[in-house]
Design a protein around this ligand. Structure first.
Ligand SMILES: Cc1cc2nc3c(=O)[nH]c(=O)nc-3n(C[C@H](O)[C@H](O)[C@H](O)COP(=O)(O)OP(=O)(O)OC[C@H]3O[C@@H](n4cnc5c(N)ncnc54)[C@H](O)[C@@H]3O)c2cc1C
Length: 446
């Protein structure tokens, strides 16, 4: 009998296994893939270092930085180039403009009407919490106006969450924004108050990766787990009798009173369907659009744009399929050979279905679209694609209620727990912090 079984060795499962071991548990971690990390995968090819899923990790608070120190990863960290503070956005004239006060209030992105609307934000009354959930689009329209939604927030939401702001719940997707409004009565006053509360001890936020790509993190966690992690072990069956969970992969079976599913919601639904159809139905209803991540290399001289920033976001209203482009070789060192540059373009998401699209067609589309925007001439000298058919869970309106229903239904199955990015945030940092807090729950105290 195993102490605890965890299924799925993405960052959620790995972090959960690590923190539970710290509490004295001996989890067995079963992973379908050949290596741990889930969406966190990096590859070195032809002198390029590409991250195929997430590209950067935002450090805030204390839990994750402390964990990286414990894992002795401090030395491997690379900080984002200070230029990464500059973020380009495509304006209506198809020019990438760097976001900042001069663009917001200078006329390159918003009309005078849009700017006035933005300036009026602090004078608009806050919404009452009891008025319930609101979409990201409604929240932004109400506080900042239509133009801010179209030119600022929609491209951000498409680029970061691959989502549709009219469907995403602001309470679930951007809770910090809601908290600013509730705390200060307006976003501006809320942000000023939050800034005032900072002390010299408040940890600074840092945008980081690792010298050899983000994959260093799951590989290091895996090395601390040793034989407790079993890769190439796709779990195909789950059952429960007399409070004991049976977990099978092919001809192998393990048993435990405690089972943690650190899986995408659809994968968890599939395994749970024979045990609890209602629970499986709720899990399966969480949408996960497809996203393609395309790594594209050029000679530096082929690209006119200075690439002096984090990247460029593209508002959906421009009618392009590309969601945005990261200037990867600017962001972190060692991503491209000398005199060459690496761009990472994203395509797909909730507003742009990739079903039935051929990989070559996606690359051609991205090149056709971003070529004129960044002044690219000639063909790329390096290109690789990674398509994630179910990339990022969408916290749509009703998501928080759905998670509550999932928790209520799973309470009928003692010893069953969930850990994954469909619960407490999709960012890597959120997954890690949530795993740490989970291990400190009373359920896990010996
Ligand atoms: C294209 C893209 C870009 C992103 N960019 C960023 C970024 O820059 N910064 C950031 O913070 N976040 C980013 N994210 C989000 C972040 O990468 C994810 O939210 C996070 O990696 C999810 O981790 P997870 O462990 O919850 O799930 P996953 O990584 O999906 O892990 C689930 C694991 O379960 C395994 N599994 C599935 N079924 C079974 C089974 N039956 N048996 C055994 N194992 C199974 C899978 O093989 C996988 O390893 C990005 C995501 C994508 C897709």
């Amino acid at each position: 009998m195993e102490d605890v079984i965890i299924i799925g060795a993405g960052i959620s499962g790995l972090a959960t296994a690590y923190f539970l071991r710290k509490q004295g548990w001996s989890p067995l971690l079963l992973e379908a893939g050949a290596k741990p990390g889930g969406k966190l995968q990096s590859r070195q090819e032809e002198g390029y270092l590409r991250d195929m899923g997430p590209n950067s990790l935002l450090l805030k608070g204390q839990i994750v930085p402390e964990w990286l120190r414990e894992l002795r990863l401090e030395e491997d960290i690379v900080e984002a180039n200070p230029l990464a503070k500059r973020r380009y956005i495509l304006n209506r004239h198809r020019q990438p403009v760097a976001l900042g006060p001069s663009v917001l209030f200078g006329g390159n992105l918003l009309s005078w009407r849009g700017r006035l609307r933005l300036l009026g934000e602090p004078f608009r009354a806050p919404r009452r919490v009891q008025d319930g959930e609101e979409s990201v689009a409604d929240f932004v329209r109400r506080r900042l106006g239509d133009e801010a939604l179209t030119w600022l927030v929609d491209p951000f939401v498409s680029g970061v969450f691959a989502g549709n702001p009219t469907r995403l719940s602001v309470q679930a997707t951007l809770p910090r924004l809601v908290a600013l409004e509730q705390d200060g009565g307006s976003l501006l006053r809320g942000a000023l108050r939050a800034r005032k509360r900072k002390t010299p001890d408040t940890p600074k936020t840092r945008l980081i990766s690792f010298r050899e790509g983000l994959q260093v993190l799951p590989l290091r966690v895996a090395s601390t787990l040793g034989a407790a992690l079993r890769c190439n072990t796709p779990v195909d069956q789950l059952g429960n009798s007399d409070g004991i969970w049976q977990v099978s992969s092919g001809s192998q079976t393990w048993q435990s009173k405690r089972l943690i599913l650190a899986l995408p919601a659809g994968a968890a639904a599939k395994l749970l369907a024979p045990t609890d159809a209602a629970l499986a139905h709720e899990l399966d209803a969480i949408p996960y659009p497809a996203v393609g991540s395309l790594s594209i290399g050029f000679q530096r001289t082929q690209v006119e744009h200075p690439l002096d920033g984090f990247g460029m976001l593209i508002p959906r209203v421009m009618g392009l399929e590309t969601l945005g482009v990261l200037f990867s070789s600017t962001l972190f060192p060692g991503r491209a050979p000398v005199d060459q540059v690496l761009l990472t373009a994203f395509i797909g998401g909730s507003q742009n279905d990739l079903a039935g699209r051929d990989d070559n067609d996606l690359l051609a589309t991205v090149l056709r679209e971003i070529g004129p925007l960044l002044g690219i001439s000639g063909d790329p000298i390096f290109s690789r694609r990674q398509i994630w058919p179910k990339a990022i869970p969408q916290y749509e309106i009703g998501h928080l209620d759905r998670v509550r229903r999932i928790d209520a239904l799973s309470a009928r199955h003692p010893g069953l727990y969930f850990r994954a990015n469909w619960r407490e945030g999709v960012a890597l940092g959120d997954c890690m912090e949530a795993a740490c807090r989970f291990s400190q729950d009373t359920d896990w105290q010996h």
